[in-house]
Design a protein around this ligand. Structure first.
Ligand code: MG
Length: 387
């Protein structure tokens, strides 16, 4: 192994008890299996595209806002710290975090809502399932197998949510949604690190964009507590340093609470193995009740004041129109897509009928970056644009 691995807690996912890869491969020589997963994700095309995909702000709005790539890196960084503190499998947590948004459409949640709407009668569109589809099917990098051939545990973590109908089609991987079991602690951690990352960086981005203000945020307990501490200790601090100091302290506050509350719940349940963790009806990784409530208050605030701000809504409404228009035009005439996607559409239509044809169009659109989708829209609908 190239990195010294810290000792794992008994409840952590160990490589020895991995369920392995769909296509068996010889073990890696200088890495662990989960490090190999992580490296495959970082080398994938879908990972590079995250740099031009939106988190909240459409990519061309400004260069300083988070994109899905920087978001994924922040999620991974938070998860690694917590994994280390709790004795969990750090490379596994990292791999799940880096892959968790690979299936996201252009234009963030707006794009995904629009594509889901387009696919409503044709099998639906779920971004978690699409992330799995990217790593299982859509990436074309290896001679021996489709996709990235990741381990079961990384794929389990990527599939955060899933409808019952889709879970039934996924065999082993879908079973936990039907049986109400849990994923590994590393997967539970990736979910929570995701929420810590976006709630905090959206505060930072929202203030930067002028859509929310420090004054308004002082009504929110988790922000106010850190703000009061910083203001008392550093009177007259400039607003930019104030925001960053408060945000970094909120992350620290959430991470420390997550570690101590999870230590307590793991000690109380005393799972002897990762399989014991999976057999439980509720997750073991958790915030304390008090901090959970504060974190939710911040999340609700952001939903009302940032994600539903009229300037964000203008952006997202436009984005939905772009996705809908691309989908309708390409489903109607698959020959408008580049050749390889036409071929996929014909192949999938032959196997699955119209839902198969629609899935190929959804795959093409979901893979687009914000700016590529805007350009495609121009090429299809703007007579002055070159095709
Ligand atoms: Mg995310």
């Amino acid at each position: 192994m190239s990195e010294a691995a810290p000792a794992l807690a008994p409840c952590a996912q160990s490589e020895a008890s991995s369920r392995g890869r769909r296509f068996p491969e010889p073990p890696p020589r200088h890495r662990t299996e989960y490090q190999r997963d992580r490296d495959r994700i970082v080398h994938s095309t879908a990972f590079r595209r995250l740099v031009y995909k939106t988190q909240v702000f459409v990519n061309h709005e400004g260069d300083l806002y988070r994109t899905r790539l920087t978001h994924s890196l922040e999620v991974a960084q938070i998860a690694r710290s917590v994994a280390r503190a709790l004795g969990l499998n750090e490379p596994l947590a990292e791999a799940i975090c880096l892959a968790h948004d690979l299936g996201h459409t252009p234009f963030g949640h707006a794009g995904q809502d629009a594509l889901n709407e387009c696919m409503r009668e044709l099998g639906g569109f779920e971004h978690n399932l699409q992330s799995l589809r990217v790593v299982d099917e859509l990436e074309e990098r290896y001679a021996e197998f489709p996709g990235l051939n990741l381990t079961f545990e990384t794929r389990e973590g990527i599939l955060k949510h899933c409808s019952a109908a889709n879970a039934r089609k996924l065999g082993d991987l879908g079973a936990r949604f039907l049986e109400r079991r849990q994923p590994s602690l590393e997967a539970q951690l990736a979910n929570l690190a995701d929420a810590i990352a976006y709630n905090n960086h959206d505060v930072d981005d929202g203030i930067r964009a002028g859509l929310i203000t420090i004054d308004e945020l002082r009504d929110i307990a988790i922000f106010r507590r850190q703000y009061d501490l910083v203001a008392a200790r550093y009177p007259g601090l400039g607003s930019r340093r104030m925001v960053h100091e408060v945000v970094r302290r909120m992350i620290d506050y959430l991470v420390n609470d997550l570690i101590s509350a999870s230590e307590a719940s793991i000690a109380a349940a005393a799972p002897a193995s990762a399989e014991d963790v999976r057999a439980r009806s509720r997750p073991l990784l958790t915030f304390s009740d008090e901090v959970e409530a504060e974190h939710l208050e911040l999340k609700h605030y952001l939903r009302q004041h940032l994600y539903k701000h009229y300037r964000v809504l203008r952006m997202t409404t436009k984005a939905k129109r772009v996705v809908r228009a691309l989908f309708d035009a390409m489903l109607e005439d698959i020959d408008l897509m580049p050749t390889e996607h036409q071929e996929a559409a014909r192949r999938m239509e032959a196997a699955d009928g119209r839902p198969g044809r629609a899935r190929a169009v959804a795959d093409y659109i979901a893979g687009m970056t914000d700016r590529f989708a805007i350009r495609e829209y121009g090429r299809l609908f703007d007579p002055a644009e070159r095709t």
